[in-house]
Write a protein that binds this ligand. Sequence first.
Ligand SMILES: Nc1ncnc2c1ncn2[C@@H]1O[C@H](COP(=O)(O)OP(=O)(O)OP(=O)(O)O)[C@@H](O)[C@H]1O
Ligand SMILES: [Mg+2]
Length: 360
Amino acid sequence: MSVSTIANSVKNVLAAALVITSIPDTWVQVIENKENHYTITLVLPFVHDKIHLLWQNAILQDLSKDNNLKINSLEWKWQSTVAAMDTPVGAKTLPQVKNIIAIASGKGGVGKSTVTTNLALALAAEGARVGILDADIYGPNQPNLLGITEKPQLQGKALIPMLKYDVQSMSIGYLLDSAQTPVIWRGPMVSGALQQLLYDTLWHELDYLLIDMPPGTGDIQLTLAQKVPVSGAVIVTTPQDLALLDVQKAVSMFKKVAVPLLGVVENMAYYHCPNCQHVDAIFGEAGGKRMAEMFDLDLLGALPLNTDIRRACDAGVPLVVAEPKSEIAQLYQHIAVKMAARLALRAAPMKRRFAKIVVE
Ligand SMILES: Nc1ncnc2c1ncn2[C@@H]1O[C@H](COP(=O)(O)OP(=O)(O)OP(=O)(O)O)[C@@H](O)[C@H]1O
Ligand SMILES: [Mg+2]
């Protein structure tokens, strides 16, 4: 009886923290070793090295409300095992990468690159081996965001990814001098460059490779959707209604190629005045929530419009590493874990074929 009470409490707290309806039985095991001495084992298919301390406290608090429950000792075992997605039929494999997550939006300038970098660092902080592929061939931002000015080394013909803040990364920005910015490249060249950056980089054992997508639904997006084994996608948006149509395009593109949509991140959702503490929903309340409901997606979280986020990025030291204990870093942390949990739950092994698609 007590065993199931404890297991239910664990599941309820986890489900509430991750904002999912139920927790699979396989994730939680409670054993009574001797009378009133318990071991709780959690084997979760996503990283949670730091955040689980919050959950553990919330579970203890929940258990303490039950006066009938007698617990003399509790032993916790938290384990994570990040599973690798199957490569879809027809896709070139990337055996050293377990999961590829595209961070996309229909519209430019909504904060994809900033979100990508901070989520990657948040996943690394939770214990994941993480990489970032900057897929913005025309306007690579990751070198600035990560504060990397060196050029990658070669091993044979392959590129060794840059390593900073425990995150591996590759960007065309590392390879080109600014004078060579490929603004005049045509579609096939861009598509080729993206595939080279992905496949000719010696990624070293990654749990998650985050792809920082360029804006829109053009050549790069099509290449990615058709040729790259993406395990899941996250849509970044600002809560302006104007962005809706663009979001719709991005959502329908991923749906057409059966890439699971892991959810929406609402960026620049509100402004929290550091002086008077007033919180202002600049573009209206709950825009991200409405949008998520409209497209039947989960809202992974909302981030404020905040000077520190921009300043940290401009300095090449993203907020999650610059101020890991700050409220905003915690928001990124929660979003990252919710995203990883959904990937594990939603992205059933991919057996899909690559569809030819046209995005209007
Ligand atoms: N939450 C935020 N608060 C304040 N500034 C932000 C926030 N998110 C992003 N920014 C800033 O907004 C600008 C655009 O962000 P970013 O480059 O990440 O957007 P993007 O969607 O990747 O743009 P593009 O479509 O051009 O690739 C940057 O100057 C960035 O520092
Ligand atoms: Mg960008």
